[in-house]
Design a protein around this ligand. Structure first.
Ligand SMILES: Cc1cc2nc3c(=O)[nH]c(=O)nc-3n(C[C@H](O)[C@H](O)[C@H](O)COP(=O)(O)OP(=O)(O)OC[C@H]3O[C@@H](n4cnc5c(N)ncnc54)[C@H](O)[C@@H]3O)c2cc1C
Ligand SMILES: Cc1cc2nc3c(=O)[nH]c(=O)nc-3n(C[C@H](O)[C@H](O)[C@H](O)COP(=O)(O)O)c2cc1C
Length: 444
């Protein structure tokens, strides 16, 4: 009898052990399944990644995200420089919308992406669609989009649509891309709009030649009265030469703070090979009359807005590049540390806005003001030479968290500054400044 009780207890115990073991296995399996489901869900995650210098690609990416979301498909939208290796590994599909800048290169914020992408990062799981924004008047049309697609494909990604390109934000190119995307995601195609806020009206109040004795082409400051005041330092305006919508737009940096109550531009009068004045600069600097109206549209430039108000700022520019820096300097808070390095040709005739800059220096609104005159008979130099001369100050300011702002022509000045900084600071520090939004440019 005792033996029988002991046997049934043993049987019960054994069944208990087996059941517990099964339960334990089931628990492990459920955990594993849940993890797998999360991972596979993660992999179907769609991302929209943009690289943009002047905002077009970013705007299209955000517009597409909204369109997909309205159709019930959620997508994570982010800039290319923030796309991590982990995100690349757990994405199933990525739509890239990238512009090309500066002779076939990536926009500034995305300059290091391909360099930093490890070649051993395998992308067999990833489907990509690349849309390139560019302008056929540049020889390297949409070259960065091509490079990006080729590199991702070389690392195993599948190209689900052939590379599509948009020339100068042409509506027909955008519609074609929209139709493909709509097809791919089974959604309704909508009109991809070239983002442009409403046009507003302004009246020319004053025009002043800033370099009347110069042998260089004229540089003019234009002051407009307008009720529009919705811009930030770093933004630009678009206008059609002669207010004629049949003529394509030109872009100008806004040279004044909105708080000043005026919209100001600093415009270089350009000439072509036959000495004919440029269509737009000729109109602005010579033909447009005082009291005449002009239609503008404001272009917001998040990449060139102010970064951190309380850390020092280093402003570097030449010629008309002073325009985009002037609005920033005017808006810097009291007691902030501001260093301007400004380049022009001749110290005697091209010392533009001299009174205003010296006043800023006297009042210590500018902590330092360095000039670089390329045709100075005594000490000819460029802005990038000042950086090399002042390397110690540069390092100290950067160690204090300074942001660098560069504005003006890309050829010569913009390139020269980038090369000099890379040489002085090294690629890694340039990369880190860029990642932290502490190297901001508006180059043209
Ligand atoms: C972001 C940015 C900011 C700028 N800020 C300033 C500034 O603050 N001050 C300043 O002086 N300049 C600035 N510029 C340059 C300015 O936009 C003009 O390029 C410059 O004034 C010359 O224009 P233009 O019409 O006088 O010369 P044009 O010789 O008539 O034209 C210059 C360029 O405009 C384009 N263009 C000309 N005709 C046509 C056409 N029919 N259709 C399409 N495109 C055409 C071409 O690319 C041509 O190379 C900036 C440019 C950019 C991109
Ligand atoms: C200074 C400058 C350089 C440019 N370089 C190129 C180029 O090399 N190749 C090209 O296809 N487009 C070039 N573009 C045209 C831009 O790619 C095009 O305007 C695009 O719509 C900008 O998109 P984003 O606003 O997203 O940067 C350049 C534009 C500027 C202002």
């Amino acid at each position: 009898m005792l033996e029988m009780i002991a046997d049934s207890t043993r049987q019960l115990l054994a069944t208990g052990v087996v059941l517990s073991y099964c339960g334990f296995c089931f628990w492990i399996w459920r955990g594993y399944r849940a993890k797998q489901q999360i991972e596979s869900k993660g992999k179907t995650n769609l991302r929209i990644v943009w690289a943009s210098q002047s905002g077009n690609a970013q705007h299209l990416a955000e517009q597409l995200q909204q369109q997909l979301s309205a159709a019930g498909t959620s997508a994570h939208c982010l800039p290319l420089d923030q796309l991590t290796r982990k995100q690349l590994n757990n994405s199933a599909q990525i739509i890239f919308i990238v512009s090309t800048f500066a002779e076939g290169e990536a926009p500034e914020h995305a300059r290091f992406f391909l360099k930093k992408l490890p070649t051993e990062c395998k992308l067999q799981h990833l489907k990509i669609h690349v849309l390139g924004l560019g302008d056929r008047r540049y020889p390297d049309f949409c070259q960065f989009a091509e490079q990006l697609q080729a590199r991702l494909a070389a690392q195993g990604a599948t190209i689900s649509l052939p590379l599509m390109t948009v020339d100068n934000m042409r509506a027909s190119d955008l519609s074609e891309w929209q139709a493909h995307i709509a097809d791919l995601f089974a959604i309704k195609a909508t009109e991809a709009r070239h983002y442009q806020p409403a046009w507003f009206n302004a009246t020319l109040l004053e025009r002043q030649c800033l370099n009347p004795d110069s042998s260089s082409p004229g540089l003019y400051k234009l002051r407009f009265k307008t009720t529009y005041c919705d811009w930030q330092a770093g933004d630009t305006v678009l206008l059609h030469p002669s207010n004629d919508p049949a003529l394509s737009t030109r872009e100008y940096s806004i040279a004044s703070s909105a708080a000043s109550g005026y919209l100001e531009l600093v415009v270089r009068l350009t000439y072509d090979a036959k000495q004919t004045p440029g269509q737009c600069s000729g109109w602005l600097c010579q033909t447009l009359n005082i009291d005449q109206h002009i239609e503008f549209s404001c272009c917001t430039k998040p990449n060139f807005h102010a970064a951190h108000n309380h850390t020092p700022a280093i402003f570097i520019g030449a010629g008309s590049g002073l325009a985009g820096l002037r609005a920033h300097i005017a808006e810097r808070p009291k007691f902030s540390q501001n260093w301007l390095i400004f380049g022009e040709r001749c110290p005697r005739t091209d010392n533009i806005l001299q009174n205003e800059l010296s006043q800023w220096l006297r009042s210590q609104h500018l902590t330092y003001l360095n000039y670089a005159f390329s045709r100075d008979p005594l000490e000819p130099c460029y802005v990038q030479d000042v950086l090399a001369e002042q390397q110690q100050r540069l390092n100290t300011w950067l160690a204090q968290g300074a942001t660098i702002y560069v504005c003006g022509r890309l050829q010569g000045m913009g390139r020269g500054v980038q090369e000099a900084l890379t040489q002085l600071l090294g690629e890694e520090q340039m990369y880190s400044l860029q990642q932290q939004g502490r190297y901001r440019t508006d180059l043209y």
